[in-house]
Design a protein around this ligand. Structure first.
Ligand SMILES: NC(=O)c1ccc[n+]([C@@H]2O[C@H](COP(=O)([O-])OP(=O)(O)OC[C@H]3O[C@@H](n4cnc5c(N)ncnc54)[C@H](OP(=O)(O)O)[C@@H]3O)[C@@H](O)[C@H]2O)c1
Length: 247
């Protein structure tokens, strides 16, 4: 009988950093469930690319993490395949500024839904499949979970919650399931930066000891390390060119 390959679910796994994570895990032997919300076309293209390398090794799961019942829909799409969940990468995230005086319920719900509530209920719903696979969870947090990003208080709060989710569930889910996080620094700028963000880029790079942005592959390598590290749980690994020792 053919050996069962480990299966990873990567949320937001079709584009940008998520796509690099999906490709890296796939190259390391994981079958990959590519979750998307709006990026259906890139998800289909990446699945075709991975399935060309290894037949039947990538499939799609759709859903909105911030919607009521969204995480459960995503989990159901994954569980339909009837596999264990050997790795869950909570990568999907909304990111936009929220001035304190005009942040509204919709912004709060989207930022907390995608970055904190969604990952929690996805884990909850996938728990039996994660336990069956003695799986691992890797959460994409942010160095700004520790030190807030100016203009982004709700995002920073949501990521701080995701750090606590990581540490807390590392206790709750041990010894079967390990839970860790990767905290990227400046890797990819937002695709539709406003003017202020554009001006900020130069200032940010001045505070990075290694003097440059990182790459999505740097993040993917860190995720793979934590996926495979049998005695590491509850940790947040900063991949930020040293920026977190400066700011
Ligand atoms: N890029 C950086 O330099 C950087 C820095 C620090 C931290 N990070 C963290 O690293 C991770 C990846 O970064 P990135 O820049 O590649 O992310 P991104 O492009 O901003 O977002 C990744 C994906 O998240 C999905 N998403 C957003 N809201 C969602 C929702 N409500 N439900 C379901 N999916 C949703 C989107 O999927 P669809 O396109 O399918 O809608 C999007 O493509 C994120 O967690 C981010 O916070 C990145």
């Amino acid at each position: 009988m053919a050996e069962q390959r480990p299966v990873a679910l990567v949320t937001g796994g079709a584009v940008r950093v998520g796509a690099a994570i999906s490709r890296r895990l796939h190259a390391d032997g994981f079958d990959v469930a590519l979750h998307y919300r709006r990026s259906r076309r890139p998800a289909e293209e990446l699945a075709a690319e991975l399935n060309d390398v290894r037949a039947d090794s990538a499939f799609l799961v759709a859903g909105d993490l911030a919607a009521t019942g969204g995480p459960q829909t995503i989990a159901a799409g994954f569980l339909d395949r009837g596999t264990t969940c050997d790795l869950l990468v909570n990568n999907a995230s909304s990111f936009f500024p929220t001035a304190v005086d005009d942040a509204d319920d919709a912004a709060w719900d989207e930022l907390f839904g995608s970055n904190l509530r969604g990952p929690f209920f996805l884990i909850q719903t996938l728990l039996p499949a994660l336990q069956a696979g003695q799986g691992a969870i890797v959460n994409l947090v942010d160095i700004h979970a520790e030190r807030p990003l100016a203009g982004y208080p709700v995002y920073s709060m949501a990521k701080a919650g995701l750090v606590m989710l990581t540490r807390s569930l590392a206790r709750e889910l041990a010894p079967l399931i390990r839970v860790n996080g990767v905290a990227p620094g400046a890797i990819l700028w937002p695709e539709d930066p406003d003017d202020a963000w554009g001006r900020e880029q130069e200032a940010i790079l001045k505070r990075v000891p290694l003097g440059r942005t990182g790459t999505p592959e740097d993040i993917a390598d860190a995720v793979l390390y934590l996926a495979r590290a049998p005695y590491v749980t509850g940790q947040i690994l900063a991949v930020d060119g040293g920026r977190s020792v400066v700011i």
